[in-house]
Design a binder for this molecule. Structure first.
Ligand code: AMP
Length: 399
């Protein structure tokens, strides 16, 4: 029996097929640029004879429905999974679970309706997640589906940390509050770190830094998330590839008055034209790192602003937790950008975290310890695996 995990973004579909017995990956694929004139499809899989294969193709994929059809066609054509009715279950990443969903949830029509009602809180993501669920319901109505929410891990954040200092009625009537995202990743890497350190998860104080195109930090106190940097939406907090993160909200009023920019333009500005891209014209940390090393001033500035914001969050979460046992880097940047790790930890020695430059100068598929021998706290690089976590949570519910 097999478990399929689907992670639909606004214009992408990531999927992985696992064996139920030992969670081995049979196929993992990504369909990007959904809705553009040319979609990009990559697939890594084991064929009928158990041989590893890679496939790359360019093809128009008009919408998420077509992307799922294509995934199923590829499964059959490449003899990865001939009959989708034989799936034991399908796990979906669902971005926004609001206040309703604290844990992975078996999907029923009522659950689907409740997720749909949360669409205004995540207009780019939740509708894509819902399409994925609906298409699977149509194709294989008897296969159980599980929703794993990005926000669920953060539902333990206390009131004083999730409420904004706005009129309280905005929370009561419109649910304006901090929700936080990347929860599956923060949960996965923090639990993996506890296992690696042979410590009980409930005994540790941990700060997790998920640094990818989207970036967020979380403070985890004895197994419970107590604060995170993303807010009502994934725009707040750290500097990201194209998102500004924290700023003075009055900048929006100022820009609207001075330039006449409307709501949609401001939304695009903050979500798509800001962050690393806004500062140096590039949102790929690999290129920024290279340019900075070659002396490009804007790239260096972007790197400094990115790392300074991370350092501020680490400092504030050390205060929130009263010190931490462990600091974790994950995500494409956290796992690979050696210079980012060293920049944002410089100066934290007196707060208990000292990097070993030689240990830091590495990349690995396994967990790495990169603190010096004198560091009080552990500094770990933990490769994230949201799909595996979703597969485990799905299995946990479908038994
Ligand atoms: P993610 O969203 O987690 O896939 O992370 C994407 C980010 O990771 C992009 O900014 C990439 O440039 C960055 N990244 C991936 N590999 C490297 C690397 N070897 N060095 C620096 N940044 C990297």
């Amino acid at each position: 029996m097999k478990i399929l995990v689907m992670n639909s973004g606004s214009s992408s579909l990531k999927f992985q097929l696992f064996t139920m017995a030992n969670m081995a990956v049979l196929a993992s694929g990504l369909i990007e640029s959904i809705g553009d004139s040319q979609g990009i499809v990559t697939l890594h899989y084991f064929d009928g004879d158990g041989k590893e294969q890679d496939l790359e193709l360019k093809k128009e994929v008009p919408d998420h429905r077509a992307a799922i059809e294509l995934m199923v066609e590829l499964f059959q054509e490449k003899e990865i999974l001939n009959d989708v009715t034989q799936l034991a279950g399908v796990g979906h990443r669902v971005v926004h679970g609001g206040e309703e969903f604290h844990e992975p949830t078996l999907i029923t029509n009522d659950v689907l309706e409740a997720i749909r009602e949360l669409n205004p809180l995540a207009p780019l993501h939740n509708p894509a997640n819902i399409t994925g669920i609906e298409v699977v319901m149509e194709k294989v109505p008897d296969v159980p589906q599980v929703a794993v929410f990005d926000t669920a891990f953060h539902q333990s954040i206390p009131e004083h940390a999730y409420l904004y200092a706005l009129p309280y009625t905005l929370y009561e009537e419109l649910k304006v509050r901090r929700y936080g995202f990347h929860g599956t990743s923060h949960a996965y890497v923090s639990k993996a770190a506890a296992g690696y350190l042979h410590r009980s998860y409930d005994d540790l104080k941990i700060i997790t830094l998920h640094l990818g195109n989207g970036a967020s930090a979380a403070a985890i106190d004895h197994g419970k998330c107590v604060d995170t940097s993303m807010g009502l939406t994934p725009l707040e907090g750290l500097v990201m590839g194209t998102r500004s993160g924290d700023l003075d909200p009055a900048i929006l009023f100022y820009l609207a008055r001075e330039t006449g920019m409307g709501m949609d333009e401001l939304d695009t500005l903050l979500n798509k034209e800001s962050g690393l891209k806004g500062i140096c014209g590039n949102n790929d940390m690999r290129s920024i790192d290279k340019l900075a090393k070659a002396g490009d001033k804007q790239a260096l500035l972007a790197l400094h602003i990115f790392c300074y914001r991370i350092k501020k969050y680490v400092g504030s979460y050390l205060a929130v937790l009263g010190g931490a046992d462990c600091l974790i880097f994950t995500g494409g940047i956290g796992e690979n950008a050696i210079s980012v790790r060293s920049h944002c930890l410089a100066g934290l020695e007196n707060l208990g975290f000292t990097l070993d430059p030689l240990k830091n100068d590495n990349r690995s598929d396994a967990i790495m310890e990169i603190q010096s021998d004198t560091s009080l706290g552990k500094i770990l690089v933990v490769p994230t695996n949201e799909e595996l976590e979703i597969a485990h949570q799905t299995l946990g519910l479908i038994g």
